[in-house]
Design a protein around this ligand. Structure first.
Ligand code: DC
Length: 228
């Protein structure tokens, strides 16, 4: 496996569902003028592509093959939201549903799928640098990242945030159902045998339960300054 352009700086942000990684990574990339990798979106895309091809229950090797054939495009809308195309169809909204997240967590436990997405993820490492968000950015995909952050928040706060996010989009889901979903997903992502969710040994832990988005971004920017 190619090591990739290891001299290009990477900021790796890992953590559980709803910890705010996506929003924080997007803001950091924008402030620092760096590229962005939303690795969760890739697992969601595999799940979506599989569902569309009636292959939701396919084997790891079959899903790995499907991953390799996906035509994917990312962009940022004027609102700052992520836009994603799969085989020329815009799938941004489908991708963010709880259902898609749940399916993604299942396909992400398959070693063949993780292997198939590895080079694709490494390919996002381009000058002047990358902010990568996911579950195994610091442990597995970019082990030599310049800064590794493990972003957490307590489960109740994460469920509350997700609830608010969905409500703003006009999606009505009960808080109890969301909490159950988040707990299930945490368990699957943490307990799987390959690339489980865990902090890298050299990661800095950041608990965002009582912090605003701006406070989290500010803390990370200070850490980036310390390293420069
Ligand atoms: O961050 P997210 O909710 O979009 O991720 C969706 C699922 O993909 C998540 O439940 C676990 C999986 N995932 C992963 O296993 N490794 C990553 N680097 C990113 C996401």
């Amino acid at each position: 496996m190619a090591a990739g352009p290891v001299d290009i700086p990477v900021i790796a942000i890992d953590g559980p569902s709803g910890s705010g990684k996506g929003t924080i990574a997007r803001q950091l990339a924008s402030v620092l003028g760096l590229h962005l990798l939303d690795s969760g979106a890739l697992y969601r895309l595999v799940a979506l592509a599989a569902a569309k091809a009636n292959k939701a229950r396919a084997s790891g090797p079959e899903l790995a093959e499907l991953s390799g054939n996906m035509d994917i495009r990312f962009a940022t809308a004027d609102t700052g939201d992520e836009q994603v195309w799969l085989d020329n169809d815009e799938v941004s909204d489908e991708l963010r549903t709880e259902e898609c997240g749940r399916m993604a967590s299942h396909v992400a436990a398959l070693p063949e799928v993780r292997e198939a997405l590895l080079d694709l993820q490494k390919g996002f490492r381009k000058p002047p640098g990358l902010v990568a968000d996911g579950r195994d950015m610091g442990t597995n995909v970019f082990p030599n990242a310049k800064l590794k952050i493990f972003l957490t928040a307590n489960a109740a706060e994460r469920a509350k945030r997700r609830h608010k996010q969905l409500k703003n989009k006009g999606i009505d889901v009960s808080l109890a159902a969301l909490s159950r979903d988040i707990e299930d997903r945490d368990k699957r992502d943490t307990e799987r045998s390959i690339a489980p969710l865990r902090p890298a040994e050299d990661a800095r832990l950041l608990d965002s339960s009582d912090l605003t988005i701006d406070e989290v971004v500010q803390t990370i920017l200070e850490w980036v300054d310390e390293l420069d």
